[in-house]
Ligand binder design. Sequence first.
Ligand code: NDP
Length: 255
Amino acid sequence: NTTRLQGKTAIVTGASSGIGAATAVLFARAGCNLVLLARRKAQLDEVAAQAKAAAEAMGHRPQIVVRTLDVNDRAAVDALVPALKEAGVQSFDVLVNNAGGAIGTERAGDIKMDDVDFMVNTNLVSLIQITQVFLPEMKRQDSGHIINIGSLAGREAYVGGTIYCAVKHAVKAFSQSLLKELVATGIRVSEVAPGFAETNFAVTRFRGDEEAAKAVYKGFKPLVAEDIAEEIVWCALRPPHVQIAELYVLPSAQG
Ligand code: NDP
């Protein structure tokens, strides 16, 4: 049933690039209104324009609200829901907690605390806070869907990814607990956990070294952002009695 999301509002963090941007466009195609959140305004505006065109091609006229947000700005996250209501957002139906990333490849003993802070805060603490600010709205509605973006790094740890693997394991655990807490409330929780997807992710991980980032995908075909976006929207399109708890999406060349 592809009409199930029509008129619903999907909120996407990290919507300015990669998986978040592709997800926004696909939700728009499915007839959703959008709330697009990230730090880079110009990129968000570009994604909003793409999403609008994709929606209009399907005959939809979505409301698209773009808002710059650093997910680590606790005061700004606290002020988010009232600000969105003032901007005319009427419901909060699907929340995609996607903002995140890894930085650095150092071994545990050498990781700088600034990088630890970045990874723990951006992938985990902000995800918890953002979930907290939307949850009361979903409870009021008796419906909603929280989709957290984990990682294969949340299933298997690897050398050079100590903190990122630790936080993505925590995202998985948080998602599992939240799912159990919200059983039969009308609010669903899913964790979508990608393997290698060619986005800006590796560029951030290698601190802007594009050659090193490209080398990650040498010799096999990685996923593209749309591959993950399709799975995220698929989760949201399941009928209300179906809960996709955990979904790993890997390139077929990755074990
Ligand atoms: P990108 O680097 O392309 O996208 C990351 C997004 O997160 C950007 O939109 C960025 O927006 C946003 N973001 C980062 N920091 C902040 C912040 N402080 N406040 C607000 N937004 C922020 O990478 P991906 O699309 O690949 O990553 C999306 C998610 O997928 C992440 O959680 C990542 O860990 C996960 N993932 C990715 C994999 C991959 O191989 N690509 C594999 C497994 C998981 P902006 O800079 O504008 O703020």
